[in-house]
Design a protein around this ligand. Sequence first.
Ligand code: HSE
Length: 436
Amino acid sequence: MKPVKVGLLGLGTVGGGTLNVLVRNAQEIARRAGREIVVSHAAARDYDPSQLEGLESVEICNDAFDVVANPEVDIVVELIGGYSPAKELVMKAIENGKHVVTANKALIALHGNEIFTAAQKQGVTVAFEAAVAGGIPIIKALREGLSANHINWIAGIINGTGNFILTEMKEKGRDFADVLKEAQELGYAEADPTFDVEGIDAAHKLTILASLAFGIPLQFEKCFTEGISKIEPQDVTYAEEFGYRIKHLGVTRKTEAGVELRVHPTLIPEKRLIANVNGVMNAVLVNGDAVGPTLYYGAGAGSLPTASAVVADVIDVARALTTDPTNRVPHLAFQPGELSDTPVLSMDDVETAYYLRMTVEDKAGVLAAIAGILSEAGISIDAMQQKEPGDADDYVPLVMLTHNVREAAMNTAIAKIEGLAAVRGSVTRIRVEQLS
Ligand code: HSE
């Protein structure tokens, strides 16, 4: 059988890793795919030949549109990232009847509905395993391995840079900016690192996971997103005293009212396996009605781990080249005509528990006033600690955990507490999940 020809768009961190894996493991890959897979073409403006294997048999050009138009190329692998020109390239590749493999989570989360419709019409596949959690085959697990289940919820650490920052801050007391710089140097961070620290990257990935789990269209614009930049070292310490760790989680849950879709720092019990996922590692916890909880762990970023997912997609596509397009695994796990219109809930309607930290005047009646506001809003306190006063004044930190309550009720209560004369500054709120 003729070799399958791959056109690589981008020879950077992931593109370079993809070429190297395809060259290094070529024989074993051919044994798995049933035919040889070769990188015949690549488009790259800036690359380091000393880091790349097998370059001599790759035709390299400057313009990615030339690769997409080349009739010799069977599979276009888009590893440029960002929205444009990635979207135009992918749409053109589909129009030209080529299969596409991409690691571009932003592209899939925002434009996936349109891209998959176009691919469906042309009978081509757009594969995107590397878009979520780097090397962890979570898309394959959700789309195929767990297809018997009604998925109840997913909670994941799906941004390696954010997890690396939180881990280094907790374990080594390192400065936020300093750790972020190291993540950038290691090639983990996004081109715009606010995507990592403000949760946008995780929201892209969670949007994709929610669609695969619940059979709903991709709705990135409805994802609630809160980053890690406001977490203070004292919150990490106080959380530990209550038996919790703070992780930046993506959570999506199917409730009777709709689908929760939210990314935010979260207190989780320290005894959960996922609470012990550190550094750049990712983990995704999926709860299905038949299988129960399942946990997927691995490197969420980096050249070779991401290349592992990209190459697995290339092999999948190569195997499916001769199959009837209607018999392939659907892009979003459910058949295209079977996506449901279950609403994505507004954050106001999400129910969760909370960690609250406030700085209050150390005098009689303050605690009673705060407890009164919480009780009026129907919020029940689960645990509370008043810390020692500092030397400087009569104000003390007060930290508490609450039972589950609707976010709207918590917003009202926080506004009232912040209005008390005895409360200084704003109330820090971090959501709490038991993940049980
Ligand atoms: N910036 C991303 C992360 C890269 O740190 O997880 C992988 O998607």
